[in-house]
Design a binder for this molecule. Structure first.
Ligand code: PLP
Length: 471
């Protein structure tokens, strides 16, 4: 053992080795950084030798040096690779929160790349040659699409809620129904945000029933906001009553200085109800009813980048824009570009809206999924005989905490490998394929749902399944 330890070359000798110099050149790492990697690697080898666990070549041989540099190359590659990487989502869940929620449209992506690559008129009026506002870029589109008088965009919907409460109701009362004090995604609680904002929460009604008179009785000179939270990720069934938006708007109109605010959560710009999908109100409707301010997410059912969108009466939005906090939660130019690229399609036709992956994937027909799934199985079985496959009808989820009770009819491909269990197969595709493939395991069955897989990704999937290494 001592002999082995003594035979490990010194760091300064290895630093002059051709392999070290090549690696230095290829990796563009600093000399000291690569030396650190070298020292770490040697340290690990010594540790293994001392603990009688060394399985590599014997120190002193040329094979030992070869192995040492091979290990170094792997480490350097890992050190310099991105940790956020592309994955193929074969779960069928469209807004998978753990997989980055919405995928952007091609148009949105092109606009982001252009904007990132160049200078832009982000805060500059080209006609006047003077300072402009970053809010102006998507405001006109949002006004057109939602019918609101004014609009602004912040980092995410959580910050939109915070800004509205802080700017309009600090040290004042906000009336909310007990049935709407929900927790979203395990980390967002209206009551906690309210507390942080300095607004005073006044809960009315009970968990399952809130009447208009509950609100009427709660109103005082200290009331700033009557708030409605769209409980999109949670449903009370049975003996329930909630007061409709219309009635609450009518109530607040009668009250001097009280604002009606609805947090729509997901907030849709496309009416999925006409396809029998869910019960999400379109933002435009809530504005038409006369809501003073409405907030919603950019990357839920809208299908854009992470953002919080605030629309409503001009006098209210102006107060928000002027508030100091608006600067704290402001969005960057890439988000604005991604949002503009997405909204442009909403300002066009129904066909254009289907350029948005979220909308496309939600509306894809069962027939199309059936044809694609069957064609996929045929291709797979032509390439490899290691699988048994069947296609059957199942359901996909929308995800992202939206439309929890909606199950979209879908077709799934169930695959059974000749020697791997469903879990083993899923693990291999997750850890050994590049890009990683995330599938669904349901009742011990390995399932692929092509709803969230593009035709280009299907080829990658086929390739990965064909090349799976069963050992
Ligand atoms: C999702 C959601 C939020 C938070 O939105 P983010 O964009 O994720 O910050 C706030 N309110 C409601 C009702 C939601 O559903």
């Amino acid at each position: 053992m001592k002999e082995w330890l003594r035979s490990i070359p010194a760091v300064h000798e290895l630093q002059n080795h051709g392999e070290f110099l090549d690696l230095l050149n290829e990796s563009q790492l600093d000399h000291s950084q690569l030396t650190k990697q070298l020292k770490n690697t040697l340290e690990q080898i010594r540790y293994s030798i001392i603990n009688d666990q060394w399985q590599g070549a014997i120190p002193g041989t040329t094979q030992f040096i070869d192995e040492l540099f091979t290990t170094m190359k792997v480490k350097v590659k890992k050190q310099l690779s991105y940790t956020i990487e592309k994955v193929i989502n074969a779960t069928g869940t469209i807004l998978h929160t753990n997989l980055g929620r919405a995928r952007l449209s091609k148009k949105a992506i092109r606009h982001v790349v252009e904007t990132a690559h160049n200078y832009s008129n982000l805060e500059y009026k080209l006609n006047e040659g003077e300072r402009g506002s970053r809010h102006s870029h998507v405001e006109t589109l949002l006004k057109d699409i939602t019918g609101a008088e004014a609009a602004m965009v912040v980092n995410n919907n959580a910050s939109a809620v915070y800004l509205v409460l802080r700017a309009l109701a600090k040290n004042k009362e906000v009336i909310v129904s007990r049935g709407q004090l929900v927790e979203i995604g395990g980390s967002f609680r209206i009551s906690s945000i309210m507390e942080e904002s300095g607004a005073l929460l006044k809960e009315v009604g009970t968990t399952n029933k809130t009447h208009l008179y509950d609100y009427e009785n709660a109103v005082s000179a200290e009331t700033a906001i009557v708030m409605k939270v769209h409980t999109s990720n949670f449903k009370v069934v049975g003996f329930t009553k909630s007061v409709e938006t219309e009635e609450l708007i009518e109530l607040t109109k009668r009250l001097e200085g009280v604002v009606f605010y609805e947090d729509l959560g997901s907030g849709v710009l496309y009416d999925f109800r006409k396809h029998g999908i869910g019960e999400e109100p379109v933002v435009k409707e809530v504005i038409e009813l006369g809501a003073d301010v409405v907030t919603f997410s950019g990357d839920k059912l809208l299908g854009g980048p992470q953002a919080g969108i605030i629309v409503g009466k001009k006098c209210v939005i102006d107060r928000l824009k002027k508030h100091q906090l608006a600067r704290v939660v402001r969005v960057d130019k890439m988000t604005l570009a991604a949002l503009e690229g997405t909204l442009i399609d909403y300002a066009r036709s129904e066909t254009a809206m289907r350029n948005i992956p979220t909308i496309r994937d939600l509306l894809v027909s069962l027939n199309e999924l059936d044809e694609r799934s069957k064609a996929f199985v045929t291709k797979l079985l032509q390439r490899t005989n290691r699988f048994q496959a069947k296609v059957f009808q199942d359901a996909s989820q929308v995800g992202g905490g939206t439309m929890p009770d909606v199950l979209l009819p879908t077709m799934v491909i169930a695959l059974k490998h000749e020697s791997l269990t469903a879990e083993q197969l899923a693990r291999k595709l997750r850890t050994e394929s590049k890009p990683a493939i995330i599938a669904r395991i349901q009742k011990d069955e390995f399932l692929l749902d092509l709803r969230t897989v593009t035709p280009e990704e299907e080829d990658i999937l086929l390739e990965a399944l064909q090349n799976i290494n069963p050992s």
